[in-house]
Write a protein that binds this ligand. Structure first.
Ligand code: AMP
Ligand code: ZN
Length: 460
């Protein structure tokens, strides 16, 4: 089954078609680096990773850009609180973001452009919008003129929308829906400011992403991602700028993931109801957190609870026990042992990234094979199918560390004893076989008899 994705721009599931064959250009809105990212933020960042991995699974080469928002009101407020200076603050939380991303097995993006490194390009972009008549200057603030742009309202019915950015009304905007591209310098901005022909100031968030995306990936991209709260106004205002300037489609697909909520309320740094990732990592493994985040469909809310994390931890134990039985295959890409279940698993992922269904299929598969393990009827084919499925499962879910398992090399002494035991068993010399089992156990290994072979497991 070919890949289908739910596109927020059309509000429907669509077949995914890339702009160039086999290559996907993907822009993801990254963190605002004024505080440590919470688990809600990482729900979204793990979602980006899921999109990327499923694309790779479908043989696409992915170029992914994740921006770092380091010019923002919240950053200025924090600097003004006197805790840290600008550079210290933004560097610190940028590092925390990258470090947690690595811990949670999120594949590195190709680029992490920072807003503050690209302000001249943003000034130039705004100038072009003014020249084309899509933006105007009011007291050194530059606003996007929504009246002059007929396609405003790509994601929502704009008529039913409450006033936006009310605080900006005082700054002299013509229309309530107009939004800032450039914010004139205010005293509280201190030296977080850049010179422009409209006076000192700084770019606004929607312009930051519009410029970083087009600068890194070009004017037409395949996929733009963000959390659901970014659909409006952030993405609405970002796409308006780019499409007004280019008069062409900016991103073919817009994907938005739902929130992680705590007691019905969106987890957010500004509401102060966050669950800190560093704290959680002291209690749960990164694999448990990842499995927890991927157990729900990305378009469904996740209600955070310790119980759910404990359930994920148990699921992980079950997966690991199964892997201990069947082992993992170090040789890649045989393709000869793909079970129907594995095909169904891939289909579920291709059906708009249906991770809960894919997980269900994986666990059904484990249950079937566990039954065979229990009955001593697991065949070589079962093992090969399991190894193939586990490798594919792990590529997406990343819940065990392949290299640590690969390192479980069986010592040659144990291997010799095991093959001798196999011989004894074939000759039905049960007593000798049992004696050899005892010797193997003394060396720290357990033997499991399968239908037509035996398997060595390291004692815990
Ligand atoms: P921020 O650091 O606030 O700019 O947010 C970075 C990303 O995290 C954005 O894509 C947000 O949509 C996303 N995000 C923020 N809060 C949550 C939440 N509670 N659940 C899921 N995603 C979130
Ligand atoms: Zn953005």
């Amino acid at each position: 089954m070919s890949l289908k994705l739910y596109n927020s721009a059309t509000s429907q599931k669509e077949d995914f078609k890339s702009l160039s064959p086999n290559q996907v250009l993907m822009y993801c809105c990254g963190p605002t680096v004024y505080d440590a990212p919470h688990l809600g933020n990482f729900r979204t960042f793990v979602f980006y990773d899921l999109v990327k991995r499923v694309l790779i699974q479908n043989n696409f080469e992915v170029k992914q850009v994740v921006n770092i928002t380091d010019i923002d009101d919240k950053i200025i407020d924090k600097v003004n609180s006197g805790e840290m200076d600008y550079k210290e603050l933004t560097t610190k939380f940028n590092d925390v973001f990258l470090q947690h991303s690595k811990t949670l097995n999120i594949e590195k993006a190709d680029e992490y452009p920072k807003t503050s490194d690209h302000v001249p390009a943003m000034i130039d972009f705004i100038k072009q919008l003014i020249d084309k008549g899509y933006a105007y200057n009011a007291n050194g603030n530059i606003f996007f003129d929504t009246e002059g742009y007929s396609r405003y309202g790509k994601f929502i019915n704009i008529e039913n929308t409450e006033a936006l950015d009310d605080e900006d009304n005082a700054l002299g905007k013509k229309n309530q829906k107009d939004f800032t591209l450039w914010k004139a310098w205010k005293e509280e901005d201190g030296d977080i400011t850049w010179e422009s022909e409209w006076g000192n100031g700084r770019p606004a968030w929607h312009t930051e992403c519009a410029v970083l995306a087009t600068k890194s990936l070009g004017n037409a991209i395949d996929i733009h991602c963000g959390g659901i709260d970014l659909k409006f106004p952030h993405h609405e205002n970002e796409v308006a700028q780019v499409e007004a300037l280019l008069d062409a489609t900016f991103s073919n697909y817009w994907l938005h993931s739902e929130h992680l909520t705590l007691e019905e309320e969106k987890m957010s740094k500004s509401l102060g109801n966050t669950v800190n990732v560093s704290d959680l990592l002291g209690k749960y493994s990164p694999e448990t957190l990842r499995l927890f985040l991927l157990s729900s469909h990305y378009r469904s809310k996740i209600y955070f609870s310790d119980k759910k994390l404990d359930d994920s931890s148990k699921m992980l134990d079950k997966i690991n026990r199964f892997i201990e039985h069947v082992g993992i295959n170090t040789l890649e890409g045989s393709n000869a042992n793909i079970s129907d279940d594995y095909t169904r698993f891939l289909d579920a992922l291709n059906d708009d990234l249906n991770t809960p269904e894919a997980l269900g299929i994986f666990f059904d598969f484990i249950n079937k094979k566990n039954k065979k393990i229990h009955d001593n009827s697991l065949s070589e084919k079962d093992i090969k199918e399991s190894q193939e499925f586990i490798a594919g499962f792990n590529f997406i879910f990343c819940v065990f560390n392949q290299s640590s398992l690969k390192n479980q090399e069986i010592p040659s002494e144990v291997q010799k004893l095991a093959s001798l035991r196999e011989k004894m068993r074939n000759q039905q010399k049960w007593e000798e076989a049992d004696k050899l089992r005892g010797e193997i156990e003394k060396l720290g290994w357990l033997i499991e008899d399968l239908k037509d072979s035996q398997k060595l497991l390291k004692k815990k």
